[in-house]
Ligand binder design. Structure first.
Ligand SMILES: [Zn+2]
Length: 324
């Protein structure tokens, strides 16, 4: 579970240690692209602040926070967009004393989407924080937040997970192993992205197809069957570029002898076949070229043209930078 992973992570542990020592800031901002991690951090930190044992996870306070029924936990901007009236409500609730705890927690989700009007209202609580009121904001990024707000929150950056962590997490949620493997590799360490990928139909087949294609296309004559196979459609081309990048990244790792974990898994034979003839420079160039092709997707160049160019660019990079 993501909550258990977070509780083991230094980001949460140092936050909890501060709270346990009585050093609670008036406002926090949790920043990270992965919304699944952000939501979990928001929930765990509310628990940590309200629980008399700093987030034991088992007492009645923790359970009430988890079920969303704790009277001193107020949640905003999750299902429903936070309005100026909601912000005014927060300001007045912040002045009251807590029902069960000496603290009140105001958890604001998707903070990057708050309007400037709402943020200006919230500033009142941040500038003159009422005793015991704690604001927890979570956001994908800091853009969209007013500098005046940013200067009054304690910024905490969410952890970035390894591909292995994401894969394990997906499997623990019942995602089939092969799907978990591919989705985790595409996600770049984001649970939110990985979960979205895991729900897509035919993901592993597509990954296998790109692997075979890169293995089998050894010169320009081999390109035609793939270019005209109907594989390159506007729907599929962004994913095909994703997979090609994952594979080429590992070709680069293999050819350069770098000591970093590979993205692909159990594919050493295929990877070795693809890497044949590549120098590290060629692999790096191929990777750059494939990445650059993403710009063509945006401007509506036909998917077939992009697919053809991808294969051609990879071959060209391989031969141009060939080791002599
Ligand atoms: Zn507790």
């Amino acid at each position: 579970m993501i909550e258990a992973r977070l509780k083991d992570n230094v980001v949460y542990r140092s936050f909890a240690a501060e709270v346990a020592a009585g050093r609670v800031a008036n406002a926090y901002l949790f920043v990270g692209e992965d919304s699944v991690t952000g939501d979990a951090m928001a929930a765990l930190s509310a628990e940590c602040i309200l629980c008399p044992r700093s987030g034991c996870g088992t007492c009645s306070v923790c359970r009430a926070v988890e079920s969303g029924s704790h009277p001193d936990l107020h949640i905003y901007n999750r299902e429903k967009k936070m309005t100026v009236a909601d912000a005014e409500n927060l300001v007045s609730e912040a002045q009251k004393s807590g029902w069960q705890s000496s603290r009140r927690v105001f958890s604001i989700y998707n903070a990057e989407r708050l309007t400037p009007e709402v943020q200006n209202k919230l500033l009142k609580v941040m500038e003159e924080p009422p005793e015991g009121a704690v604001i927890l904001m979570s956001a994908k990024h800091e853009n969209g937040l007013l500098p005046t707000v940013r200067s009054r929150v304690k910024l905490i950056r969410l952890p970035i997970w390894s591909v292995g962590d994401v894969e394990e997490e997906l499997k623990s949620r019942g995602v089939p192993a092969r799907v978990a493997e591919v989705a985790a590799r595409l996600s770049g360490g984001s649970f939110a992205l990985a979960s979205a990928y895991a729900e897509e139909e035919g993901l592993e087949e597509e990954y296998d197809e790109v692997f075979s294609m890169l293995r089998d296309v050894k010169n320009t004559r081999d390109m035609a069957p793939y270019v005209y196979s109907g594989m390159f459609t506007s729907e599929r081309i962004p994913r095909i570029l994703d997979f090609a990048e994952i594979i080429l990244r590992d070709v680069l790792v293999k050819t350069s002898g770098a000591e970093v974990a590979k993205y692909t898994y159990n594919r050493d034979y295929d990877l070795g076949e693809i890497a044949k003839g590549f120098s590290a420079g060629g692999a790096a160039m191929a990777l750059l070229r494939v990445n650059a092709l993403r710009a063509l997707v945006e401007v509506n160049i036909s998917a077939e043209t992009i697919g053809e160019k991808m294969l051609f660019d990879i071959l060209e990079a391989k031969y141009k930078w060939r080791q002599s």
